[in-house]
Write a protein that binds this ligand. Structure first.
Ligand code: ADE
Length: 268
């Protein structure tokens, strides 16, 4: 759960946000921080009971005298009709939508050859098509005309990055500009991400989202903000000197494998 926000209390008073996948994990942390800043939040996901429990928990933490309110609205973003119903219920309740946080979605790490078309379709239907439905509904022209939407932020990365990340570790990696590497490194290919996912704190993601939604980001648009402690800069050609400030690993073996992976394999 998010620690106390670094932003000024009341910064987002009277704003209204939809956070998909807002009942768990990063979505819950984002919703909690938005509420803390005075923004009303409609949290949505497929599981009504979990959503209601999350809303009750968040309600208890809304500061007294805050105008913020949390409303759980079940919605499967894969269904265009359910997304339409979600958006119209928010407009009915608040008459406005200031922010859309497309957090709902999921993925699983798997080499392409092991992916089933059912798994692929599930990810595409949720992360891509679901996000498209939410953006389309929330950005609908009549809302613009009414000046209801002030700003919506859509946070979506693309599959090219995933494929790119996977193939850079395969012997065929030379097709992707990366130097070819040994086959036995394939088994380590997800280690940096595993370590990264184990060690980031979800409040570090929610504060970045709150920044993007805040007036402080009013001149930022169409940008992708990487919140990865610089890990995307790590590159097999770059020498990362050993140091004593590595993130803690769940066990020593993973950390050693990570260090091994980051060692330069070739030099120009
Ligand atoms: N989070 C993950 N999958 C989802 C879905 N289909 N709808 C809403 N939130 C989700």
């Amino acid at each position: 759960m998010a620690a106390s926000s670094v932003f000024r209390p009341g910064l987002l008073n009277h704003r209204v946000a939809i956070v998909t996948g807002g009942g768990t994990g990063i979505g819950k942390a984002i919703s909690s921080e938005l509420l803390e800043l005075g923004c009303s939040v409609v949290i949505s996901s497929r599981k009504a009971d979990r959503l209601e429990a999350a809303a009750q928990e968040m309600r208890k933490r809304i500061p007294t005298n805050s105008p913020a309110n949390v409303t759980p609205v079940p919605c499967n973003i894969r269904s265009e009709d359910e997304v339409k119903a979600l958006v119209s219920s928010v407009l009915k309740q608040y008459g406005r939508i200031d922010y859309l946080v497309n957090n709902g979605g999921g993925q699983f790490s798997s080499p392409v050859e092991n992916m089933t078309s059912k798994g692929w379709k599930a990810v595409i239907d949720t992360n891509l098509t679901g996000t498209f439905y939410c953006c389309k509904e929330a950005y609908a022209p009549p809302l613009y005309e009414d000046q209801v939407i002030r700003k919506a932020e859509s946070i979506l990365d693309n599959y090219t990055h995933s494929l790119h990340n996977e193939f850079q570790f395969l012997p065929s990696g030379s097709r992707f500009k990366y130097p070819p590497v040994r086959t036995n490194r394939c088994k380590h290919s997800f280690i940096p991400f595993a370590v990264q996912l184990t060690h980031f704190s979800i409040s570090q993601i929610s504060s970045a989202v709150c920044f993007l939604l805040s007036p402080g980001a009013s001149y930022i648009s169409g940008a992708t903000l990487k919140v990865d402690a610089g890990q995307s800069l790590y590159h097999s050609l770059w020498e990362i000197p050993d140091h004593s400030s590595w993130p803690e690993a769940p066990d020593g073996e993973n950390l050693d494998a990570l260090k091994e992976l980051l060692k330069p394999q070739s030099k120009l």
